[in-house]
Design a protein around this ligand. Sequence first.
Ligand SMILES: Nc1ncnc2c1ncn2[C@@H]1O[C@H](COP(=O)(O)OP(=O)(O)O)[C@@H](O)[C@H]1O
Ligand SMILES: [Mg+2]
Length: 249
Amino acid sequence: MALLELDDLTKRYGGIVAVDHVTMRIDAGEVRAVIGPNGAGKTSLFHLITGVVKATEGSVRFADQDVSALPAHVRCQRGMSRTFQLTSLFPEMSARDNTRLAAQAREGKRWLPLGGSGVFHGAAQRGDAALERLGLTHVADRPAGLLSHGDQRLLEVAMALAQQPRLLLLDEPTQGLSVEETAQAVEVLASLFASAGLTVLLVEHDMEVVFRLAHKITVLHRGSVIADGDPETVKADESVQNAYLGGFA
Ligand SMILES: Nc1ncnc2c1ncn2[C@@H]1O[C@H](COP(=O)(O)OP(=O)(O)O)[C@@H](O)[C@H]1O
Ligand SMILES: [Mg+2]
């Protein structure tokens, strides 16, 4: 069953076509990567799907409903949760409070301040469970801003996961990490994705990361889809090779 369907999705910024008639379908249970060089339109596509930015043309269907006109927070309530390419956590708050707040936000309670008892029990449990799944329980009490870069990126994933999304959207989860941190984060994500019930859309420019994590890959180049399919097919595709100048042959 298709969980997400994009039809002719297009975004123009003046003369720039950031996303150019993208049609795509993601089935429930799938881990899909969208790859492409810098400027290919990956983040813009993400913004269109999540409702941060309004499409110039085309539509987004989610769980069999047209959500094209819905604002971002309503799409989140419907079950889309995302991380941002640049950090979105609260650095002075503990890792635990960050995930608990995120869990609350899904319920439409938005980002209410946390008193000692201010957090709803269910949200607290969902937040803690998400930390556990990302292997962050041992740093739960530390201020988020003091975690290693690798753990901060995983915390952002935990925050999105705490919202129990039907679709988890990750924008370059290993960006800015060292080679070692990337390898670690990829292993944590691989085991998370292997657990049942998650549908993931991952935006990434790092080929190694993509081939380790994704079931299916969509390649964007200058806003358009130039290839689409399982990792082996995409790897062998000539137009993909050209777009990347032989980058992962
Ligand atoms: N808010 C904006 N205003 C104008 N141009 C934009 C804006 N956001 C993105 N772009 C342009 O759209 C294209 C795609 O950008 P982006 O989606 O960030 O690519 P990627 O995430 O693949 O690196 C780029 O040419 C970029 O400069
Ligand atoms: Mg980007």
